[in-house]
Design a protein around this ligand. Structure first.
Ligand code: ATP
Length: 228
């Protein structure tokens, strides 16, 4: 369902962030991307939702070669790939409800249908009661749950997250992980870049380690494997 074939990414300043990376991720897998700072994890993630394009190689998402699609088709790709960031990236002047609704791809759908879908995903992240709150009125964990609801509103079959617990305390991080686990149990592929050793070691999922732009380890029930 996700396949990188011999992918290399060189940024315009000459930094080679990924070197000939080839990997397959099956449907409904849960994958941690680990590795030292600057290893290429964020670059790997950005390539999957076409925030960056590879310099060479091919990337298949749900059978489609996304290195070949036209820029105007990127929004279609983003319906099947939800993204969550470390710093939430909510729009500050919109409520939780509006942040989620804004992401919903609407093609002349009646407003009651939009409302139903948005409330469904807010319910999934246990935040129905904060639908009218603005981001600054929410805790970090709540903001991240709104961001997860936003990532899920178009029912993507892949959820990618770049250090989603990076700004959260350990208890809140565990709540977010339980949510990811629940989303994964419903069949969504989850790929998460993280520096959180405790989480990776406790969850026993597939671990792909990247160092210097290369995959150096790939284990089905792996450990974090670094000391930080
Ligand atoms: N837009 C960019 N332009 C130039 N170089 C970049 C750009 N983005 C990242 N890099 C470089 O590419 C390399 C890989 O960076 P990347 O952000 O993918 O690493 P990372 O593993 O996610 O690191 P971290 O754990 O610190 O987030 C680094 O050397 C980084 O400085």
């Amino acid at each position: 369902m996700i396949e990188l074939q011999d992918v290399t990414k060189v940024y315009p300043n000459g930094v080679k962030a990924l070197h000939n990376v080839s990997v397959k991720i099956e449907k409904s897998q849960f994958v941690y991307l680990v590795g030292p700072s600057g290893a290429g994890k964020s670059t790997f993630i950005k390539l999957m939702y076409r925030e960056e394009k590879p310099t060479s190689g091919n990337i298949y998402i749900n059978g489609q070669n996304i290195t070949r699609i036209k820029n105007r088709h990127t929004p279609y790709l983003r319906r099947s790939v939800g993204v969550v960031f470390q710093d939430y990236k909510l729009l500050p002047r919109l409520t939780s409800f509006e942040n989620v609704a804004f992401a919903l791809e609407v093609t002349e759908r009646p407003s009651r249908e939009i409302k139903k879908r948005v409330m469904e995903v807010l319910d999934l992240v246990n935040l129905k009661h904060k639908a009218r709150s603005y981001p600054h009125e929410l805790s970090g964990g709540e903001q991240q749950r709104v961001a997860i609801a936003r990532a899920l509103v178009n029912q993507p079959n892949i959820l990618i997250a770049d250090e989603p617990t990076g700004n959260l305390d350990p208890d809140t991080s565990w709540e977010i992980m339980q949510l990811f686990e629940r989303i994964n149990m419903n069949g969504t592929t989850v790929i998460m870049a993280t520096h959180d050793k405790e989480i990776v070691n406790a969850m026993k999922k597939r671990v792909i380690a990247i160092e210097g732009g290369r995959i150096v380890r790939d284990e089905l029930r792996g450990d974090y494997g670094y000391e930080d």
